[in-house]
Design a protein around this ligand. Structure first.
Ligand code: SF4
Length: 275
């Protein structure tokens, strides 16, 4: 059965297709709704607090107390809009959740001094054609380094990868660097992954050969996505990710039938078309 391909690719979609084509079909092609998880909600909370710390407060006023106040503000907002309801955390688990978010935000200070940052923007939406593919991405943060060059910064709330997997993690931020080059006309001098849990920083310089390789890879992924949409052949790729996959029930690698997922879960794409 053929599928309508997505309109754009993003760094996370490129990574998702490489990790498991069938999971990509469920999330990016059929756009099936995904339930909130403690990990995704904590990521949202920590990103919000850190981005507000450096965007809503000028240098000199980005203290630890301000950072923790931003965590509390974001928690209040998430609670008010019902984001915690779906998780069903008991009071003890909720307190542990918030404590962990506060720890991650405090750890950011061990990686960089927020008062020293020259922030160009946060949550920056950039879209451009790269290698003939429409690519769209939201940068967590874009800074100016002391020498005036741009630096792409990405916050990570999960575990840092083993050294052998660092390159895969950097692929996404290199695509952000490509977007900056095309949209802003300036190639960033650095991309920085701030892993808040350890905490540790992975830094890479987006050189010409590295960026051209990512451009070719993006084109290759786009061609593979379109081929899979034409043929309907999205292969499952069982891995450690299956344990947290929300579509496992519908995955043939685990005895399921993928054709039942859209009917059972409802497709956001169908809803968008009906609206
Ligand atoms: S259960 Fe595993 S193999 Fe199946 S769709 Fe999810 S990630 Fe892919």
């Amino acid at each position: 059965m053929p599928f309508e391909p997505p309109r754009t690719l993003s760094p996370s979609k490129v990574a998702a297709f490489g990790a498991c084509a069938l999971s990509f079909r469920f999330t990016a092609v059929e756009r099936l709704p995904e339930a909130a998880t403690p990990w995704t909600l904590k990521g949202t909370l920590v990103h919000t607090a850190l981005e507000r710390l450096v965007w809503d407060h000028p240098p000199g006023e980005r203290s630890s107390a301000t950072a923790l106040a931003e965590v509390d503000r974001a928690v209040d907002e998430l609670r008010a809009n019902g984001a915690f309801d779906e998780l069903g955390l008991d009071p003890g688990a909720h307190a542990a959740f918030v404590d962990d978010a506060r720890r991650l935000v405090a750890n950011a200070r061990r990686l960089e001094d927020p008062d020293m940052l020259d922030v160009v923007g946060v949550e920056l939406l950039l879209e451009a054609t790269i290698g003939g593919v429409r690519v769209r991405g939201i940068l967590d943060r874009l800074d100016r380094a002391e020498d005036g060059s741009l630096v792409v910064v990405d916050y990570k709330t999960g575990r840092a990868p083993a050294p052998a997997f660092e390159r895969a993690r950097l692929a996404g931020v290199h695509l952000y660097a490509l977007l900056c080059e095309v949209v802003l006309g300036e190639r960033p001098s650095e991309v920085r992954l701030l892993h808040l849990r350890e905490p540790t920083v992975i830094v890479s310089r987006p050189t010409e050969p590295v960026l051209r390789a990512h451009e070719r890879r993006t084109r290759a992924v786009w061609d593979a996505v379109n081929r899979a949409c034409r043929t309907g052949d999205f292969r499952p790729r069982p891995s450690g990710l299956c344990g947290s996959c929300q579509f496992r029930t519908y995955c043939p690698a685990h005895g399921g039938d993928p054709s039942l997922a859209a009917v059972a879960l409802g497709s956001r794409r169908a809803e968008a078309g009906a609206a």
